[in-house]
Ligand binder design. Sequence first.
Ligand SMILES: Cc1cc2nc3c(=O)[nH]c(=O)nc-3n(C[C@H](O)[C@H](O)[C@H](O)COP(=O)(O)O)c2cc1C
Length: 146
Amino acid sequence: MKTAIVYYSQHHGNTKKLLDAIAAGHDVTLIDVTRNPAPNLSHYDRIGLASGIYFSDVAKQITAFARGPLPAGKEVFFLGTCGASPTESFFKNLRKITDSKGCRFLGQYICTGYDTFGPFKLVGGLRKGHPDAAEIRAAVEFYAGL
Ligand SMILES: Cc1cc2nc3c(=O)[nH]c(=O)nc-3n(C[C@H](O)[C@H](O)[C@H](O)COP(=O)(O)O)c2cc1C
């Protein structure tokens, strides 16, 4: 099962921490969408989309990848980190896009991530130390269980 994960992790690299832990134990290709916004993933079976949450949604670069270069009909899964309470509804717009492309949804994982956006910076940030070891482990378990 050839797997790639296309990701956007620019705030503190929080989401990338989950991906590095997954890639440490699994054969998976990580693709930074800011460096390669239009990779050809036609030869992959499963495609993960991973992002920090910005304004209650995934990064617009991930949305653009899903709308455009993501090949139709692939198996997909989502990973993310957020400063607020993790809710899977942050992925709802992304899910609509992948459903509309006939992709088979395998599951999603989201946990907290260090957040110093705007006023949170003044108070030392939210979710300091996150994702923590337990959250990273849970992400790896999520991936292993796909
Ligand atoms: C511009 C901006 C907007 C954000 N908006 C939200 C939001 O709407 N909801 C939320 O829970 N977290 C929000 N966050 C916090 C990030 O989702 C969180 O820090 C995440 O772990 C960042 O992931 P990254 O380090 O992989 O980019 C925001 C952060 C930034 C910088």
